[in-house]
Design a protein around this ligand. Structure first.
Ligand code: SAM
Length: 244
């Protein structure tokens, strides 16, 4: 049975609504997937769950979806921020997509002293977040903060949010045991440094936060994108929504 395509839309979703599709999504449904009128399409907007839509053609290059019924309620979003230093393009695309798949609720791109990338393409990141959500059956698209330097981010850090500082210089200790000792329902963030690591001054700033936990991710130095996925997996399993 062919899988029903899933699309992210901006519009509000409710029964009998008609959602006009932008040119790119129209082209995808009509020309790439060659869907016929009345074909089923699943749509979500990241706020109101998932709905079944039926394709309506209104001309050669225009299409809309008539919303028929709700198929999934909007899940309670996890509350896990990913603080990361922008990487070079392909690795950054990977990191952003995995953050969505792993259930990050917010991406926080920070420029640190040793960040290799000179700029951060927010639009490209948003497209990657939406693509990951469409492909992986996710209904919540992570929010994305504007890129900023580490110092102002930490100066304005919400004091109730615990920062899990992934530190390759932390003493080797089983991260599951370290996380098991933390309160179970705090808002969380995980910080991953750039390929060159955090500088000593940045480490000191991170460790000065009111709620911070240094976490070793094992005896080997991981690439930043690998570390991000590993850390989010351990966090979701210990304190997040993988616990069921
Ligand atoms: N300082 C590293 C070196 O000597 O090559 C470079 C940093 S590493 C490539 C990028 C980031 O991934 C680090 O800043 C840290 O946040 C995380 N990371 C990598 N390996 C880790 C480990 N074994 N334990 C904890 N964090 C790690």
């Amino acid at each position: 049975m062919a899988t029903i395509p899933r699309l992210h839309v901006m519009a509000d979703l409710q029964q009998d609504a008609v959602v006009a599709l932008p040119a790119e999504q129209t082209h995808y449904l009509l020309s790439v997937l060659r869907l016929e009128p009345e074909a089923a399409v699943l749509v979500f907007n990241g706020r109101q769950g998932e709905w079944l839509g039926k394709l309506e053609r209104s001309g050669k290059k225009a299409a809309a979806l008539r919303i028929v019924e709700s198929t999934r309620a909007q899940p309670k979003a996890a509350d896990l921020w990913l603080v990361f230093a922008p990487l070079k393009s392909a690795r950054l695309d990977y990191l952003v997509q995995k953050a969505a798949e792993m259930g990050a609720s917010r991406l926080v791109p920070v420029f640190t002293e040793r960040t290799q990338a000179q700029r951060f393409n927010g639009e490209r990141a948003d497209a990657n977040l939406i693509e990951a959500a469409e492909q992986c059956n996710i209904l919540t698209v992570p929010a994305r903060m504007a890129e900023q330097k580490l110092a102002p981010l930490l100066q304005g850090w919400p004091k109730e949010r615990r920062l899990i500082f992934c530190d390759e210089d932390a003493p080797l200790a089983n991260p599951l045991h370290v996380l098991a000792g933390l309160p179970q329902s705090e808002p969380l963030a995980v910080a991953i440094g750039p390929e060159g690591g955090f500088s000593p001054a940045e480490r000191a700033m991170l460790l000065a936060l009111p709620k911070v936990t240094r976490l070793s991710l094992g005896p080997r130095i991981l690439r930043a994108d690998t570390a991000a996925v590993a850390a989010m997996a351990i966090l979701q399993a210990s304190l997040g929504d993988w616990r069921g």
